[in-house]
Design a protein. Structure first.
Length: 130
């Protein structure tokens, strides 16, 4: 169990903490390059990789939209908007979580969704079909 817990902890560290810093550094380099403050001269198809990453994100979400029969032009535009906003807001959420976990050392509390007993409030009329 100790090895499995260590593996899970390593996975969480890699997935959230290490990955978030890689995203932050990548965004910082992108913004500095965009405003021509920094010019990185490393050979490689990095613009193509960036474009393919965006395309993969859009296609993955569109596959789900088609599967759920909710695909439309509006859906495509919302996916692009989500890439530019929601995915960047995820970075803020993870950084806030890291601040609460590491700096403040706040106790972790599981917030459960309230459940309601709806069975007593629903009347079902059964219609007998011939």
């Amino acid at each position: 169990k100790t090895a499995l817990a260590s593996l899970e902890l390593l996975n969480l560290m890699y997935l959230y903490y290490l990955f978030i810093f890689a995203i932050l550094i990548s965004d910082l380099i992108f913004m500095l390059s965009l405003f021509k403050i920094v010019k990185i001269k490393i050979a490689g198809p990095y613009v193509e990789l960036w474009g393919l990453a965006i395309l993969m994100f859009i296609l993955e979400v569109l596959i789900v939209l088609v599967y759920e029969k909710e695909d439309s032009v509006r859906g495509v535009l919302l996916v692009i908007l989500a890439y530019l906003t929601y995915t960047k807001l995820w970075v803020v959420v993870v950084l806030l979580s890291m601040y609460q976990d590491i700096i403040i050392k706040r106790d972790v509390v599981w917030d459960k969704t309230e459940r309601f007993d709806i069975s007593s409030n629903i009347k079902v009329d059964l219609i007998k079909r011939d």
